[in-house]
Design a protein around this ligand. Structure first.
Ligand code: SF4
Length: 294
């Protein structure tokens, strides 16, 4: 269980009053990817996913128990009915490799990620150097970079891009504040042209807004989701910035009664890859830790 403390100083009004942020449960893109993988298995037999279909340990072990496993490259897929491209998407050369190997593709790239890829490609075709505001090693960012041509790059604070026309896109899970700061930083260099596309997912924005609101009214915020989930980590950052104490857990088993006893207001927020049932278990435990939770 990871714990961090923000500013704090809120007054406890009651004991273990728990509020769960909305929306919660899978976002549209994650739900769709999981559904397409399962449908693919019914239609084509053995299915693999290119990388983890979702950054959540419970979902991954559920899928594994159904026979749907992740591979790290198309070559690792072996003899399969189909390979699923996850919601993060993939660079176009990966699709070409699959075609060369004769691997059937189920493309579960989230339509919102697809939109970022299309904007990046159009910018490249228009002669812009494309800058992606996002996490360099995140699979979604790597997939977008594949459409940026050269030079396509991840935003680095304070670094001037050697080009006159710059096009900016954002990883779908970025916070608007980070995008705003990045654009302000890039503006200092006075490029001939600086075009900005706000490609942040509205679903992500709704969760970030809810996280900030709940954190402002809570002494403790439990963030539920995979530790490798970018959108979950961002929610934890936002809640900490609002001054709440943060517990980041992947499941209810990581909570212990001692830490929750006597806390007045508790907020529960969850990333878009966290199943609703995991959130419910955590909320139930937080409400009544002395009963041992669920
Ligand atoms: S968070 Fe948004 S962009 Fe990412 S998979 Fe979900 S719906 Fe798609």
């Amino acid at each position: 269980m990871a714990e961090a403390r923000g500013g704090g100083g809120k007054r406890a009004v009651g004991r273990n009053a728990v509020r769960v942020a909305r929306p919660t449960g899978f976002c549209f893109g994650v739900e769709r990817a999981i559904r397409l993988a399962r449908e693919g298995q019914r239609r084509f037999g053995r299915i693999v996913t290119l990388g983890e279909v979702v950054h959540n340990p419970q979902v991954l072990s559920e899928l594994e128990s159904e026979g749907i496993r992740a591979v790290s490259s198309p070559r690792q897929a072996g003899k399969v009915g189909a390979l699923v491209i996850r919601a993060h998407g993939c660079p176009p050369d990966v699709l070409e490799t699959c075609a060369g190997l004769g691997i059937r593709i189920i493309d579960a790239t989230c339509p919102y990620v697809r939109k970022v890829q299309s904007v990046a490609r159009r910018l490249k075709e228009g002669g812009y150097a494309v800058v992606v505001v996002g996490e360099r090693d995140h699979p979604e960012v790597r997939s977008i970079l594949g459409y940026c041509g050269r030079p396509g790059m991840v935003y680095t604070p304070g670094r001037r891009v050697r080009a006159e026309k710059i096009g900016v896109v954002a990883q779908t899970t970025m916070s608007r504040e980070r995008l705003r700061l990045a654009v302000a930083d890039l503006s200092r260099f006075r490029y001939t042209e600086l075009r900005v596309f706000d490609t942040i997912c509205e679903e992500v924005t709704a969760r970030q807004d809810a996280a900030a609101k709940i954190a402002a009214d809570s002494e403790l915020v439990i963030v539920v989701g995979g530790r490798s989930s970018a959108n979950t980590s961002r929610l934890a950052e936002i809640a900490a910035e609002a001054g709440a104490r943060i517990l980041h857990v992947e499941s209810v088993s990581e909570l212990d009664r001692g830490r929750l006893a006597g806390v007045g207001h508790i907020g529960v927020i969850a990333g878009s890859s966290t199943p609703a049932w995991v959130v419910r278990e955590v909320a139930r435990f937080a409400r009544n830790p002395s009963q041992g939770g669920p």
